[in-house]
Design a protein around this ligand. Structure first.
Ligand SMILES: [Zn+2]
Length: 157
């Protein structure tokens, strides 16, 4: 039997391979689900031992969830506590999604340009109305006012 034991340290995301030894899938499953390796105590020791390190474990209160295991026997996953990994297909947008996105951005850009243009035109109309109002109320159109009106209506800055 060929078994792979991948032990994930949740805090670091680091996965280490634990030697399975000569055993059976049933024994492996029992050991890691209900037996001596079902909690973090022995898992922490194994995780450090896998790289020749001494575990810092000193008999702290028993916990679970800090070390998660995935065991594969002869190609079959018999135990998987690891969080699901995002598949490459989940991250890559489809051609249709890319087309939709580009279309969306183009439409949004056109809307923004149109809105800016409308705002510019509205501002010019407002300036023209102010200039005309001044001429009307003063009844003595100065050259300054006429120049301003002319510039405004032409759109010169
Ligand atoms: Zn324990």
């Amino acid at each position: 039997m060929s078994a792979t034991i991948e032990l994930l340290e949740v805090a670091t995301g680091d996965i280490r391979h634990i030697p399975a030894g000569d055993t059976t899938p049933e024994l492996l499953e029992f050991r890691w689900v209900e037996g001596s390796h079902s909690c973090d105590c022995n898992r922490e020791v194994e995780w450090h031992r896998a790289h020749g390190l001494t575990s810092p474990f000193k008999g702290e209160p028993c916990t679970t969830g800090r070390y998660l295991v995935r065991i594969t026997c002869d190609g079959d996953v018999i135990l998987d506590e690891h969080p699901p990994q995002p598949k490459e297909t989940d991250m890559k947008p489809t051609e249709q999604q890319m087309t939709d996105f580009v279309e969306h951005m183009r439409a949004a850009g056109q809307q923004r340009v149109a809105a800016e243009r409308i705002a510019q035109l509205e501002a010019r109309v407002a300036q023209a109305l102010v200039a005309i109002g001044i001429m009307r109320t003063e009844m003595c159109p100065s050259f300054d006012h006429l120049d301003e009106l002319e510039k405004t209506l032409k759109g010169d800055q």
